[in-house]
Design a protein around this ligand. Structure first.
Ligand SMILES: [Zn+2]
Ligand SMILES: [Zn+2]
Length: 175
């Protein structure tokens, strides 16, 4: 069993209430589809909006999905699926000031080096940008983040390079 499959199997989906009102059981299949491990054997996009997240809320399965997204990034994934899991992870850390949002951010913070690897790999500028934006939320060491911002400036999107997408960014020399 690969990493993502293991992490999906580890979660008690049935006991969680999904944002759609059903149990979260269907999410196991949805996440396999995203990863390319569903019946089609290739990544198939499934929107988890109104199931795991909505613009205003993170639903009960969000922490479990955060764990699965991290396992996905550590696994061998098609580039398309990698991008989808990064987008999903970004949703999971975007919540504010609720216990659930903080829980998701704490889980995501366990994968800090996976995210730095994504930024530094230069595999895809869009993925590097998503990974960097997740780091702006979860990285407590702002000096380390700033250093990577400078190193990766050449291929990071403008918003990341300039700190526009980073709430805590302080322009060097301003402080
Ligand atoms: Zn649902
Ligand atoms: Zn950005």
């Amino acid at each position: 069993m690969n990493l993502i499959e293991r992490e999906i199997a580890r979660q008690d989906w049935q006991s969680m209430r999904c944002g759609c009102g059903d149990t979260a059981e269907h999410l196991a299949g949805d996440l396999r589809q995203l990863a390319g491990r569903g019946p089609e054997q290739r990544p198939v996009h499934v929107s988890l909006e109104e199931h795991v997240w909505s613009p205003a809320t993170l639903w009960e399965p969000a922490p479990a999905v955060t764990s699965v997204a991290l396992a996905a990034l550590a696994d061998e994934l098609a580039p398309l699926a990698r991008g989808w899991f990064l987008e999903l992870l970004q949703r999971m850390v975007a919540g504010e000031h609720t216990e659930r949002a903080e829980h998701c951010q704490a889980i995501a913070a366990q994968g800090i080096w996976l995210l730095y690897e994504e930024v530094m790999s230069r595999r895809s500028p869009a993925d590097a940008g998503d990974a960097f934006e997740i780091l702006t939320v979860i990285e407590p060491d702002r000096a380390r983040l700033q250093r990577v911002r400078e190193i990766a400036a050449e291929w990071l999107p403008v918003c990341c390079r300039t700190g526009l997408c980073d709430d805590e960014f302080e322009a060097p020399g301003r402080a």
